[in-house]
Design a protein. Sequence first.
Length: 364
Amino acid sequence: MPATLPDTPSRSQATVAMGFVTGMLAGIRQRGIDVAPVLSDLGIDIADIASRIPVDRYAALYNRLNRLLDDEAFALFAQPVRCGSFEFLCRSCLSAPTLAEALARASRFLRVVLPDLAVSVRRVAGHAELAIAETRKLAAGPDDPGRVFAFEWLLRLLHALSCWLAGRGIALDRVVFPYRKPDHFPDYALIFTADSRFAPTLTDGTGTLVARFNANLLDLPLRRDEAALNAFLEGAPGRITMLYRRDREMVTRIRDLLRDAFPATPSLDDIASRLHLSPRSVHRRLEEEGSSFRAIKDALRRDLALSRLAKTRDPVARIAMELGYADPSAFYRACVQWTGKGPAAYRQTLHHSSWNPAESSARR
């Protein structure tokens, strides 16, 4: 079905610079593939290079192109990254005990499906450095839009996955990109870090991106399970372009505060006080980021509930009570809304050998 999207974004809606769109299309256009019908259907005019598009429209384009090409890397590399690769990347990391091990697994997985780029992580003097290095020259010129997007794309993918696995935002302290500053670099402060630097490639035409963050974050335990993964994969991989952006910083900070306070349930006034803001300012910031205090609380309570059902044998009534539901029937209705099953039936499917996660996700 054609996507139905607004012609113009609302004032508060997050948007994406056209440079990210032209980069995404670079490999496709070089191969002579006509994507004009897709762009038209989504209301994207790439001739208007100064325009911006809503981030949800960009995510829709991302997924449509993946399906059209059967390539999650947009025909940018010597071999396609077949659809489903991102899901299996997530699954390969899910059971890792720490973020360090998850990234090590991601590196090994990507070596198989994406040999043109090599990913590595190391600790250097209290910092962690995530490196993405070309193993072959990706384009004729170092500032080719497709080459630029290739680095943007893989860093965005790994950063968002890391944030999700750890259950918190991971601040990038500095990123050095192996190309000259692109026209759309002002968006880097929103997507990556304000300390984004640009350096020339090596004499052989290859280069390495280096992203620095606090080394202690590598020791974070992973907080996700199969149920959370199914929810995360809905709309992926395009949907991750909408997650963990700095223009959603308030959503992330409030979710972290609510999770840390559990089982207590701070009010909006309590959270605003901890953030040294007025409740009205918090409400306005959340509205600008496309969320609300209630939506954050509901999403966190859902994630906690599904995790408890998956990982513990606690009675359903106790889980309902501790998560603040007035009675077990209210919790039952909420679980049916999330999963298509009541709490007991949902828990049973998780331990049934014939359970199909894809089918469960589709029923939600």
